[in-house]
Ligand binder design. Structure first.
Ligand SMILES: [Zn+2]
Length: 315
């Protein structure tokens, strides 16, 4: 993940808060996508949603937010709203909700980077962390395959995903696997993050995997080095990339540990089943606590993006 840090956008602080409101709170009837395109406030997939950006290290900053696959309905503030009000964005429930067994996506960090679409082009040279002969891709792929086998054994439908995820990918949960290096072998531990633009389910997914992974591996949680690049990771950065999961798909990124750490690397090489088993336990707990009807049963409403770049704190 470390090498991705430079190329993945920081989530703008000003719009980080996410509101998930039900139809009663918003006064808006929950509607399916059918017929939405006739709404005058409909913004189709990929069309601009406003400018966003506060990251001076990002060469593309400020950048334009874009509507995710399926499009959205932008609700501008009413005449009585305060001058600072930006309105809201309604994200329709995906047209195709998974049916049958629970579905889980496991993304293998840096896998098949060469196939990345134009919007993710800058990832092509990013091969990830390494330590001696060991690359994080080796670790990510090995753990992903073990994890997939465990979940499949529990009746879960599993998709092992490369760097390029299907636009608007819908599943009951997604975990992106990475490993890190500090270059010197000093840091140890695992890290997690989710998108700043989604709330309740990501928190639960993160907490469940964090607890189970820590218990299974005995690794410490490294809360100190969670980067903004992790929080803005392209897999769940739906307001910037079309090749990201649906805003409805609960998604987290997990940095499995540091390949540069003797302790962490020892676990990765000698006990990969412990890593995979911990993640599986966390995912299974999440799925058992979070029925599909809950994940897709309520329309998402998030704050609209500002119409102009907000650069109030340029250093
Ligand atoms: Zn990585």
């Amino acid at each position: 993940m470390r090498s991705l840090a430079a190329v993945i956008a920081l989530v703008a602080a000003g719009v980080a808060a996410v509101l998930v409101m039900n139809s009663a709170a918003t006064g808006v009837a929950v509607t399916r996508l059918v017929g939405l395109s006739t709404d005058p406030n409909y913004v189709p997939a990929g069309a601009p949603l406003g400018m966003i950006g506060t990251d001076p290290d990002d060469p593309d900053d400020p950048w334009s937010a874009a509507a995710p696959p399926g499009g959205v309905i932008v609700q501008t503030p009413g005449p009585t709203a305060s001058p600072s009000a930006t309105g809201t964005i309604r994200i329709p429930v995906p047209k195709t909700i998974p049916t049958g067994p629970r579905r889980v996506g496991i993304q293998v960090g840096h896998w098949k980077t060469d196939d990345a679409p134009d919007e993710l082009r800058r990832l092509i040279p990013q091969t990830g962390a390494s330590w001696g002969e060991l690359t994080e891709l080796d670790v990510n792929l090995d753990v992903a395959q073990r994890l997939a086998a465990i979940l499949a054994g529990k009746g879960i439908a599993v998709d092992i995903l490369p760097v390029t995820v299907p636009p608007g990918y819908v599943a009951d949960a997604v975990v992106a696997l990475h490993a890190d290096s500090d270059g010197v072998g000093q840091w140890s531990g695992f890290k997690m993050a989710h998108s700043a633009r989604r709330g309740p389910f990501e928190d639960a997914l993160l907490a469940d995997v964090k607890k189970a992974y820590g218990d299974a591996t005995g690794m410490e949680y490294d809360a100190t080095h969670i980067s903004n690049a992790m929080k803005g990771y392209f897999l769940f950065n739906w307001s910037r990339y079309q090749h990201s999961v649906s805003p409805y798909t609960p998604s987290v990124i997990l940095e499995l540990g540091y390949v540069s750490s003797d302790d962490d690397r020892g676990l990765m090489l000698d006990h990969p089943d412990k890593l995979a088993g911990g993640i599986a336990d966390g995912i299974l707990k999440f799925l058992s606590d979070t029925p599909r009807s809950k994940i897709f049963g309520q329309e998402l409403v998030v704050p609209a993006f500002p119409s102009r770049p907000t650069r109030t704190s340029v250093p």
